[in-house]
Write a protein that binds this ligand. Structure first.
Ligand code: DON
Length: 567
């Protein structure tokens, strides 16, 4: 049951905000915020403003990334973090691309069956709630790696606005107050003291994050060691161990974020630059885009019967491969080139039929011959120099493991649940994994986070990304298609109702009210199972689009408190 709780929670929170806005969003063409040359779109206005202030004073997109990420750690404790991890995809103004993997790792003392009881059954909640769920955080090291390679302003200038914000306090929004009220009881279940967020916070209250400000000051003054060693590390390790967890000082001091090549592929005349493993997003979307490329998507119409069928069948096949082949590339050998080749994908689609659904029960991962196997937040930034970044960062579930290091003022992730605790048993997002994503010391857990940059005519075109667990991949996919195939602007593309299929469970999840009953009936007649009532959130996309006149249009998702700011 505990595995279902975060999913039910998403339903609760996002149903609230959908009620008012979805119908309006569907019927009226909405233009997003337009800026001349630079923009930050993130989950909180405070963070977007701080990022833009850095861009205004001459900082580049990477400087703004550091400031924005740290400000989200203050203003958006639901997912913004220093106790979690993430991925960043970049494209510099001279067209160079790459990615940074600051994903969490399993602690040294982790083991394959650590979430199973003596009978080999999953111990409910152990990988999602409390100290055993915590992976070794990567965010702070990631930000220092970014600064070392691309930073143009001193780190102290980039972190100071987050420190000031934490001391000044952040006003609670309506949606935040609802989330806090919903999760409150977990905070007391997991922690041994009453934590800062565990009060009866109401909309309009101001929360001051004084302890977090002190931690950020230690990071400002001592660099990465301000988090991974010394006082902060001591607080973190002592508290996690007190609550029965296994993270050690050695785990913290060993942590290193990694630069990795992007997954790059073409879709028609677009070049898509996406995250490589340990994210599954780049490979899955490469497969889906390749699968639909031979079809005339635009002529089918947005969210029409044919476009839903085609995307569903492509998604089903991609997620089946995800489940079998993908894991941490430092531990498993992934046949990336084959998986994203047009020939392989075309072959996978060979049994696709317009007449009826392919049941997932009859579909396994593809056979690759000669292959030897050995709650999240996104922001997009473009600067006036033409550099762009797309970054997604997470604690995994809402407020992560709910473990709050009170002395240091921050939550710790529950990213360990993204491993496959037992083959064939779904994780929190219903994803099934196999050996490639089994737990091992210092291994990174497979992710669905899909920060993506799109290039057209050798120029920056879009920066897109989303939270939403397994639905991130398909949310990013649909947003890009909405702009490119269905001629929407960025805000419209973000607002448009979304659907999702992930092989197993064999069901198309649709945003409630976004799809009419005739269409749903037609899909059901073809053998598709539809989940529409009480469906989970399908992403919360933040994106930037370069318009034909060179200006930028932001797409800030109305499903949250997200905001585009720029100049
Ligand atoms: O890395 C992943 O795929 C998950 N930990 C992401 C979690 C997430 O998106 C939760 N937010 N809604």
């Amino acid at each position: 049951m505990k595995k279902l709780i975060p999913i039910i929670a998403f339903v609760f929170i996002f149903m609230q905000c959908k009620k008012n806005t979805l119908e309006t969003a569907q019927n009226n063409k909405i233009t997003g915020f337009i800026a001349d040359s630079a923009m930050v779109v993130s989950a909180r206005e405070e963070a977007s403003k701080i990022g833009v202030a850095i861009l205004k004073k001459g900082g580049n997109a990477f400087d703004a990334m550091i400031a924005t990420e740290l400000s989200l750690a203050v203003a958006y404790p639901f997912a913004g973090n220093i106790g979690g991890g993430g991925f960043m995809v970049y494209r510099t103004n001279d067209g160079k691309t790459g990615t940074l993997d600051y994903r969490e790792k399993a602690p040294l003392a982790a083991s394959k069956n650590m979430y199973l009881d003596e009978n080999g059954n999953i111990i409910e909640g152990k990988s999602t709630l409390g100290a055993m769920a915590v992976g070794v955080p990567g965010t702070v090291d990631g930000l220092f790696k970014v600064h070392e390679k691309f930073g143009s302003l001193p780190f102290s200038e980039l972190i100071q606005p987050a420190i000031d914000l934490a001391n000044k306090g952040v006003v609670v929004t309506k949606k935040q107050a609802e989330r806090l009220a919903y999760y409150k009881h977990y905070f007391s279940e997991v922690n041994d003291t009453i934590i800062l967020l565990d009060y009866d916070w109401k909309e309009g209250d101001t929360i001051k994050y004084v302890k977090l400000a002190k931690t950020l000051e230690r990071i400002r003054d001592h660099g990465r060691d301000g988090f991974y060693k010394g006082e902060t590390a001591e607080m973190l390790v002592n508290y996690v161990q007190k609550l029965g967890g296994i993270i050690t000082k050695e785990d913290l001091s060993n942590y290193e974020a990694k630069w990795r090549n992007a997954i790059e592929f073409n879709y028609k005349d677009l070049k898509i630059i996406a995250m490589s493993p340990p994210s599954s997003g780049g490979i899955c979307n490469a497969q889906i885009f390749k699968a639909i490329e031979p079809f005339d998507m635009a002529s089918y119409g947005h969210n029409s019967l044919k476009s839903i069928q085609l995307l569903t069948e492509a998604e089903r096949r991609a997620y089946a491969d995800r489940s079998y082949y993908l894991g941490d590339p430092d531990f498993v050998n992934i046949p990336i080139d084959t998986l994203i080749s047009s020939t392989y994908v075309k072959n996978r689609m060979a049994n696709f039929s317009w007449d009826h659904a392919t049941p997932s029960s009859t579909l396994k991962h593809g056979n690759i011959v000669g292959y030897e196997s050995d709650e999240t937040t996104h922001y997009s930034i473009v600067d006036k120099y033409g550099n762009s970044i797309s970054a997604t960062t997470t604690l995994n579930g809402a407020y992560g493991s709910k473990v709050y290091v009170s002395e240091g003022g921050f939550f710790l992730n529950n990213e360990m649940d993204d491993f496959s605790s037992k083959p064939g048993i779904p994780n929190m997002f219903g994803l099934i994994g196999a050996e490639a994503n089994s737990i091992a010391p210092e291994k990174r857990m497979l992710s669905s986070m899909t920060p993506t940059i799109v290039e057209k005519n050798n120029q920056f075109y879009m920066s897109v990304g989303s939270p939403g667990g397994s639905t991130i991949i398909t949310s990013v996919l649909q947003t890009i298609l909405n702009v490119y195939e269905f001629q929407m602007g960025m805000q419209d593309a973000v607002n448009a109702p979304r659907f999702h299929h992930q092989w197993l469970p064999d069901v198309i999840t649709m945003e409630p009210k976004g799809f009419d009953s005739l269409l749903v009936n037609q899909l059901q007649e073809k053998g598709y199972q539809i989940k529409q009532e009480n469906s989970v959130i399908l992403g919360k996309v933040d994106a930037v689009l370069r318009l034909p006149n060179g200006k930028l249009e932001g797409g800030a998702d109305y499903r949250g408190d997200d905001k585009a700011v720029g100049f």
